[in-house]
Every structure is written in C-alpha cells, then in structure tokens.
Design a protein around this ligand. Sequence first.
Ligand code: MOS
Length: 739
Amino acid sequence: MKFETPAAQNPIDQLKVIGKPADRIDGKFKTTGTAPYAYERHDVAADQAYGFIVGAAIAKGRISRVDAAEAKRAPGVIAVVTTLDMPRLGRGRMNAAYLFGGADVQHYHQAIAIVVAETFEQARFAASLLRVDYARAQGRYDLAEESKRAELKGEDTDEGTSAPPLQRTGDFEAAFAAVPVKLDAEYTTPDQSHAMMEPHSSLAVWEGDRLTLWTSNQMINWGKGDLAKTLGIPEQSVRLISPYVGGGFGGKLFVRSDAALAALGAKAARRPVKVALTRPIMANNTTHRPATIQRIRIGATPEGKIRAIAHESTSGNLPDGKLETAVSQTRLLYGGANRMTSMRLALLDLPEGNSMRAPGEAPGLMALEIAMDEMAEKLHMDPVEFRIMNDTQVDPENPQRPFSYRNLVGCLRLGAERFGWSRRDPTPAMTRDGQWMIGMGVAGGFRNNLLTKSAARVAIDKAGIVTVTTDMTDIGTGSYTIIAQTAAEMLGVPLDHVRVLLGDSNSPISSGSGGQWGGNNSTAGVYAACVKLREAIAQNLGFNERDVLFADGQVRSGNRALSLAEAAGDPGLSAEDGIEYGDLGKKYQQSTFAGHFVEVGVDVATGEIRVRRMLAVCSAGRILNPKTARSQVIGAMTMGVGAALMEELAVDKRLGFFVNHDLASYEVPVHADIPHQEVIFLDEVDPMSSPMKAKGVGELGLCGVGAAVANAVYNATGVRVRDYPITLDKLIERLPEIV
Ligand code: MOS
C-alpha cells in the first residue's frame, strides 16, 4: 500500500482496541523469566558449546604474534580462533570498525580471538592463557585536542537526523552583531554507553553452509545483510532470529562481534556455539554515543525575538565513523531569520561511536536548551514564554514547508500549568526546603518522525485466530502489543484472538526498531496487510467491499453475517502487504514535541542533587497504547536524568580506552534516584504520518530532559554547569554560603 495522501477516516479511528492501555503481551514472560532470550535457547540445538571473546589490550597498533598452544590444551577447549588465523573479515554497511580485524587493532577491546569450550568457565579460563604480542602505535584519544584539526563534515544518519557540513540561512554574523542581547557559550557532553540490561548475545548453528543465528538485534534485515557481508557468504544463507531483545537503545541496531564470532566459533568447533559479551567488554568492544563540544550563539531583540542562531558541534570517531548530529534540531525548533549550523568530525582511535537513543537530538538539546535558559535570563523573560515567543509553524530554513502538525506551545503551556511553574522564583538560590535548595527547570523536547517502509503477513485460521508475522522486533517497547491491537482493530476481533510472531528474517521485512520509527511504521505495515486481507475476505464471500463490516468476530454486509472462522474456512486465509511512503515526509516536516519540567533539590552543604518531580507533556500524534507509550517516556526521562547527572565514559587519554567499563563504575540511575514521574499526551492525530496517524514517541521522552535538569540545578543554586554530567564536584566550590 502506498501512502501518498493524508489519511482519511479508516477502521483504526474506531478506537475500540487502539488507544487503549492494553497490558504488554510479553510482560508476563519477561516478569516470570520465561521470555526466551538468545543466550537461553538451549532448546533449539543439541550440543551447544560456549564461546568467550578476547578483546585487544591496546587501542591502536598491530598484533605481532598470538600463542594459543596453552589455551588449546586447557580443559574442555574445543577450538580457538584468532584474528591471525584468517584474512580480515568483511565489514558491514553499518560498521565503522572491523568486527574481527586481522593483525590491525583499531580500538581497545576490538575482538581478537574466540575460545570455544564445553562450559563458559572453561572458555573464560582458556582465554586467559592466550599469549598475545602487540606493537603499540600512537593513537588519538583526546577530543578537545583533536577538535583543533577537525574538518567540516555532513551526515545523514540512518536514525533520523541529518545535517550538512555547513548550513546557512540569511546572514548570521551580521544579524548577531546587530542585536542587543546575545549569548555565546560552549557546552560539552561526554561519551555514553547504552548499558542495556541484556548483553549482546548470539547462538550460531550451521547446517552445511547455511547459518541460523539466534541473537539480540533491533534491525533484523540490516543485521542479515551485514552479517552476510561480514562473513562473506550470500544473504540467502543467513537467518536471524531475535524475538526478544532485553534493551538496545541503538547499541543493537547493528551486528556486533558476538554475532560474527559465534558464527566463526561454530564453524571451527563444528558445533552450535553461543556467545554473550561479558559486561566489562561491552563499553569498548561495541559502540557508544560520541562526546560532543558544542558552541551556541543566540541573538535576540530586547523583546525576546530571536534574530540570529548558530549551533556548531564537534564530535570524534574512527576515520570511517559517523558524526553525532547534535545540531539537527536547531535547524527546526525555533524561528529566526538568520541561522547557521555546522558539524566537524575529529579523528579519534577510541572505540566506534554510533547511534544511541535519539542520536543527534539527545546531546544537541542538552546544549541548546541550556542556552535557551541562559538567553531567557539575559532577557529577563520567563523561559517558558521565551520559547513560546520563538515557536515556528514552518521549517525556518525553508518557510514554504510547514510542519505536518506541531504543538510545542501546547506542551509548554499545559506543562507549566500542571507543574505549578508559577510558583518558581526566577531568581536562583532563593527557595529552600530545610537542607535542600529547590529549583525548577524547563526544556523544549524535539525529535523527528521517520517514515520507512514496513511489511507484514496476516492470517486467519479456521478457529478465527489471527496471526501476524513480520520481522519487526520488540526491544522492550511494546511492539507485540500495539501490533496485536492494530490487527484486532482492523479485523474486529478481541485482542486475545491475535497472535504476533516477531523477529525472524524469514518473515516479511519490517521497519525494525530504531529512531522511534518502529511503532508508527510497523503498525502501518500491519494495517496495509489487514486491508488486503479484508478485501480478500469480502471478495471470497461475494460481499460488497464498501459496506462490509468487521466487528465482534464477524464479517457483515447488509443482513448477511458470518463468523471470521467461517469466512476463513478450513484452509484459512492470509494476505501480505506493506506500507510504502510517498513524499508527505518531504512536503511536510514531521516531528514530535515535548515540554519537560523538572524540580530538583540540591543539598546546601554537600552539593548532592536529588530530582524531586518530573513531568513530560508530549505532542506525538495518536498514542496507540497510552500504557506502553508512557512506559517508553518514563524510561527515557530516567535516561535523561542519567545523562544529566551520572553517565560518562571516562577516557584514558594516554592508552585510549573507556576506563569505567562495567556497571559498578558506569553510573546510571536506580529506582532510588527517580521520583514521581508524570506524562501527559496531548490528544491529537497526525494524518500525514501514516494510516495510523501516529508518530514516534520512544525517544522524544529523552530529548530535552538533561537540560531541564541542568536548568533546575541552576535555578536551585545559581551555579551554571555547561559540562555534563553535573556532578557535585562541579557545584560545590560555587555553592552559596550557608547562612
Ligand atoms: Mo535508536 S539510537 O535508532 O535505537
């Protein structure tokens, strides 16, 4: 089905099942430990052996020799495959560094060997016996230093944000020079790790030259193509199965070393082999969100109208790696006739940087939305009002191009009212609650809505049970549930009459899960397949397609009615189709919006920061399931608190690696860090987005949160921290005197 014109009234608008807070279908499996993750698939192949991956102990250089003799003699060892045993593997479209790189070491903990043994412990022990000689080379590990040599570069990420190397509208420099109120400030965000609960894991089974990989991956079709390319085998020979994913956040958009080395290990051992990356290898072996250095300049009239805005960002990566597109939201979020954005890539020999939840906007808004707070203060304006005054309903670089639907103003107004914003004292460090200095902060939230094609097959059997099959993944987001809701709505059956089969590359190709596009696109694909199935049923029964009704488990036309089971008949019925998009995504800017509000307390003596209240108001099209959507948003808000206050991969700038590569030292929020969180979804539909009239929401919940926390800390203390994370050492020297 081609979606080329705005969605008209359709069966989804009935909202009998869609829009209801249905419980997660997979919830009971996950909470009872019975959801089968890749590493736990003891049932799918006999005789499984365990693989243990060894990572390089240098960040850059060459491996001159590997002595595996002792490891091979160790108890239980079946095979040892080192990177010197074979030509360098191929490289997938999505990978910047090689997953198994030959003698060249491109980054610390790059995989250099896999040891396969009867048990995990035997494999791990034998791995410790490998003797590796390295020739270490000089590497570049200091972003601030290398940023001096960074060159302009554009990027179109596959995850929804893009920006050219340099974008100019009007004359920024002249306008900035001419306005009376201006800000010129630098902000930094650190490298961050996805730190998802389930480590990257794969179980590889070869049958002849055909490989089946049970794995944990967000994008089945990307993964299938890239794994084939990596191993140098035809795509048709690879099958990926990933029905349950214990979190990904972008770290599992791509195949990683667990997948490639499980396959190589299984080939060498002539046995099924499973591999899980251990926690301490994940931060340096896989990808991370790159650190940024961002300069923002904003100039406004005394009344608060932005006349000039510039955002420049530098991030680092391996030579073939991507930029963090931190300027992308600045192209669209606020008005102003004179604009400039630019991005630079500094070459680093740290592990590969790549997508992490809301790549681009997440770190970009951490900077931009502090800058907006600083500007509001210079203008003696309320920061909510300053944002509202500079709202735009058109693409500021291209004013002929409107937003499909945009209600940032509604998010900010309703948020201010519900949060009690009027109680905030705009003068910092004025509000106390015992030992706590209290502050409130606000930020605008923004994330693009991406349209990408997605297919599914929908079948009805003779019992009237509906089965939806697609290679879509559920990474903890609720895909199973909203896909079932879509089919139930379209075919007029109760939710428990729908079965959903996900995550198998033998199934029709879906959007996959990334860039907050999974919800809208995968359900739109299911919608398309259901439309086709409805037509087939009507035709079969000789019903007029125009007046046929699917409700209460029946197909009706005039005074004829049959149960869906009867309509399907003994052999059952099925249809396959997908959604494809015309140019509505180009003609209209499709984005999602939020107002984020945070209250913090800062201990007046120690500088300890506690988040006390959080509210997100979201404008993101139709909400398909308010319960799963809320869960996505509160999870993202939690991640935003982590980004503001805790998360930072510490770089060893001499030896070139992330030092705190485990969950003991890479801090993320725990339950005790997170207070009451409230989420409000504005009641809206966006008919430009798809027949579902929904948009992405899972990443929106993160975008802006970090700055809202930072702005609240400033309001509480009067200390402006522009370098994340905001740890107490950055506050304590500058806290007000205790009186
Ligand atoms: Mo997202 S970073 O595209 O999983």
